[in-house]
Design a protein around this ligand. Structure first.
Ligand SMILES: Nc1nc2c(ncn2[C@@H]2O[C@H](COP(=O)(O)OP(=O)(O)O)[C@@H](O)[C@H]2O)c(=O)[nH]1
Ligand SMILES: [Mg+2]
Length: 656
């Protein structure tokens, strides 16, 4: 199966999962067993699944064949290369190929001049007026090629301007851009490109990130601090004819092997077709490739298994011409296999854990409610059965007993309301510690400190303080969470013991993931700032501020996630008790009602018993339906799209 096919299978799997969740959601609404919060949680889960994206990034010095490889792996069915690929520099800015539902096919280009602004690219993405937009005609290959070729556009600017925009200048052109005789420097016209292309894989959530070579990247924090660390797979490409050059090593160190995330990283040794010189036999070619792989692994200090020799060009030709033999020879299929084994099972696992976690919870909640309802009906049936042939006095005694029970429960409710008000106070405190307002205030403090700082050491301190304060806030939040948990746990126990409610201990929650992400961000920032500050001598303050804005945007993203999760948790942790208290109150009322009706002879005992038997059956049927829905979700989640070598004992292969 090609990567494209496996990706489609993954997408189908995700679609089936969404279907199963939708069925549960509709059922809960139809039968009045869910509540608004449960419905919101499911809605949110479905939205997240629908928006799920997988980013594959291609990073290398220019001319190693990144664009060709992207063409061969993802877009061969166009019958030609759609991304420009030729000798020389063709991709001049980070380029994202993607599709968002409802978008128009278009090429969006961010002018290089926006580099003087402090907002990070992620924020500029929301400012449509900053972008140049050109429509794409996705059905004509030639016109598509012409439009996409624009990512390679360059302009000539005076040297100072290039420096101001963050480019390195080197008179010899080895370690920076080389000025021409007229003192002008050629720089990319665009800072970032987004290609919205309605292509099956992109429609299914794949995002392909193509990057330019070293010199064109310049000091662009977005790539190192945001795009690459957030990519699900990063492919680093080398060329067999050039070997590992110094600038390859720089790209590897600064952009790929940054020590922040090891997963999903592969090295591609491209252009192995250069070794098919027509004189050597297969065996000696293979041996030569093996030697090169070995030496690459040694130079980069990685496992040989992570190095994939391929010929992107021959792979593309083979695909376009349907030449199976050449395709095998290009070795592209092994790279794709490894990529999908790396990419898909990991993503599937996240989706699976998330979905199971969320639905298990809600289903359990609904089930407990239905059980309580069923139990209540049975209790009433027993009560009424005991009245058979008894006189009014017995009915009166029964009414008295129910009233006592009701009074006791209402006493208990007072404590419940008291705890609930403490709970909402603590919740507010927790949300304040984690809140985006707090983060905004911290960000503001650093900005101020940075404007005041004269020396780069002051800048750095301001930044370090930022991370320290974020961690402090996380620590405070963690202790709020502990307090909330202990309080609810005590109350859950009390209601179970004193009033017979079926409550299990509440779920726990932790901000540890958030803290780990903040630490990762800090590491990435430190590494980046160390290398950049030693290289760039001018305008350190401005550069530092730009870095900080990217960091702040990332921190905001991390905090947004933890905020959503913690709000979710606060709702979830209170819901079972709220639901059961309400249900129990209802039951007491119903029991009293039916005793009253019999007492006043407005209803016969037989009628009441018959009615209750009907609702007993109905409740039992709902419990069964719920179990079916749950196994439906399990079945949908069970299948594995890709059999992973590492974990194949845990997964079934459904799509072969
Ligand atoms: N012989 C050979 N040439 C290749 C291969 N892949 C790419 N190239 C050539 O290398 C040059 C640069 O390729 P391109 O994809 O633009 O590289 P990029 O700058 O990394 O995106 C182009 O002339 C390609 O035709 C390959 O597998 N074999
Ligand atoms: Mg390219």
């Amino acid at each position: 199966m090609t990567l494209a096919e496996q990706f489609s299978a993954y997408s189908r799997w995700r679609g089936e999962t969404i279907e199963a969740i939708l069925r549960l959601r509709n059922w809960l609404n139809r039968n009045d067993v869910g509540d608004v919060q449960a419905d919101q949680r499911l809605q949110y889960l479905i939205e997240r699944l629908r928006a799920d994206k997988l980013t594959v990034a291609f990073v290398a010095e220019f001319s190693r064949g990144k664009s060709e490889l992207i063409n061969a792996i993802f877009f061969s069915e166009y019958g030609d290369r759609i991304l420009p690929s030729s000798a020389g520099r063709t991709t001049m800015c980070p380029t994202e190929l993607q599709w968002s539902p409802g978008a128009k096919p278009e090429l969006r280009l961010l002018p290089i001049g926006t580099r003087v602004r402090t907002e990070p690219v992620s924020e500029l993405k929301n400012m449509t007026e900053q972008w140049i937009v050109a429509p794409l005609e996705a059905d004509s290959v030639v016109r598509l090629q012409t439009a996409l070729a624009r990512v390679g556009e360059v302009t000539r600017v005076p040297e100072e301007e290039a420096v101001r925009l963050g480019f390195k200048i080197d008179p010899v052109g080895a370690d920076g851009l080389k000025p021409g005789n007229d003192g002008m420097v050629e720089i990319p016209s665009w800072r970032h490109a987004v290609i919205q292309l309605p292509h099956p894989l992109l429609e299914q959530g794949l995002v392909v990130l193509d990057t330019p070579g070293l010199n064109a990247i310049g000091a662009e924090p977005e790539l190192t601090l945001s795009l690459l660390p957030n990519a699900h797979a990063v492919l680093f490409i080398l060329a067999a004819d050039t070997g590992v050059t110094l600038s390859d090593m720089t790209v590897w160190r600064e952009y790929v092997n940054t020590g922040t995330r090891q997963k999903g990283r592969m090295v591609v040794l491209n252009k192995i077709d250069g070794l098919w010189d027509g004189l050597r036999d297969e065996e000696s070619i293979s041996a030569e490739i093996g030697r090169q792989v070995c030496s690459v692994a040694e130079t980069l200090d990685i496992d040989m298994k992570l190095v994939f020799p391929v010929s992107a060009q021959k792979g593309l030709v083979a695909r376009v011409n349907g030449d199976r033999e050449l395709l095998e020879k290009s070795r592209l299929p092994s790279l794709e296999r490894a990529l999908s084994e790396d990419l898909l099972p990991a993503s599937q696992e996240i989706v699976r854990d998330n979905t199971l976690g969320e639905t298990r919870d809600l289903i359990h909640q609904a089930e407990v409610l239905l059980q309580a309802r069923l139990e209540g009906v049975r209790e009433q049936l027993r009560e009424l059965a005991s009245l058979h042939g008894k006189n009014r006095g017995v009915v009166e005694y029964m009414m008295y007993k129910i009233r006592v029970e009701k009074d006791e429960f209402e006493q208990g409710l007072k404590k419940y309301y008291a705890v609930r008000s403490v709970f909402s106070g603590l919740s507010n405190q927790l949300l304040a510690h984690l809140g985006l307002d707090t983060l905004r205030a911290e960000t503001h403090k650093v900005r101020e400190a940075m404007t005041e700082a004269r020396f780069s050491s002051g800048l750095r301190e301001a930044m370090q303080d930022f991370f320290v304060r974020m961690r402090t806030n996380l620590g405070l939040a963690e202790s709020d969470i502990g307090e909330i948990y202990r309080m609810l746990d005590t109350m859950y126990k009390r209601f179970s013991i004193e009033h017979g409610l079926k409550l299990t201990a509440p779920e726990t929650f932790s901000t540890r993931n958030c803290e780990a992400e903040i630490n990762r961000l800090e590491n990435a920032f430190n590494r980046q700032i160390n290398t950049t500050l030693t290289l760039v001598t001018t305008e350190k303050g401005v550069l530092m501020q730009k870095f900080f804005e990217t960091v702040a945007a990332q921190a905001r993203r991390i905090f947004e996630v933890v905020n959503r999760d913690v709000e979710q948790w606060l709702r979830a942790v209170m819901a079972p008790l709220e639901i059961q208290v309400r249900e129990y109150q209802l039951q007491l009322k119903r029991r009293l009602e039916s005793a009253k009706r019999i007492h006043q002879a407005t209803d016969t005992l037989e009628n009441r018993v018959e009615e209750l038997k009907q609702s007993e059956l109905a409740s039992a049927a709902l419990i069964e339906e719920l179990a079916d829905l749950q196994s439906g979700i399990r079945r949908a989640l069970e299948g594995a799209v890709v059999k992973s070598e590492k974990n194949n004992n845990r997964r079934l292969v459904v799509v072969a």
